[in-house]
Ligand binder design. Sequence first.
Ligand code: PLP
Length: 219
Amino acid sequence: MSFDAASVAAGLAAVRRRIADAGGEPDRVTVVAVTKGFGPEAPLAALEAGIVHLGENYAQELVAKAAAVGDDPAPVWHFIGGLQSNKVRLLAPHVALWETVDRASLGAELAKRAPGAAVLAQVNISGEAAKSGCPPEAAAELVATLGDQGLDVRGLMGVAEAGDLDRARAQFGALADLASALDLAELSMGMSADLEAAVAEGATIVRVGTALFGPRPPR
Ligand SMILES: *Cc1c(COP(=O)(O)O)cnc(C)c1O
């Protein structure tokens, strides 16, 4: 599949309009281009369109794309997928923000391989068994532990239940309340289908794939 920077730029402009229409300040919401499932052409087109924050779900894909994309301009990689401890070492040279830290054992591995790394604690805001993230009631303790491990806990990340925007908005609102109770600034929430609900509840980072690149190839 090939991408051109102009169509990604048009997608980005549409995403920024949606952010503004939802009451957000487009300059204050970081758009992370999620390129999972696509080859290096997707991050290259994103960079050419002026998006430096790139999100990846799979360790091998991120490492391969980082090698293919180079560093001019330098991408800011966000790891947004389920993270296994044994992948941390491979990812550490590349990842700028670890968005899916959901357990203390992962924090310990990060502290060892990437001391002081910037992380988000992932919270399971939908309560669905298939979703990762620590339970909301365990978030305070996880955040404290990650801080004790020397990690730079910037905020919280969550994925809402798909399909019902009112329900998604309530889940995002609960995550925002949690972040504010824990005095955390960053809130990574909202994807292509539900970014308005997330922005309305104060998202500072949205993670968008489909809205920039179109449908992903089947895995
Ligand atoms: C795939 C993915 C996204 C992007 O999804 P789109 O619906 O294509 O915008 C965002 N966040 C996470 C955690 C993802 O896995």
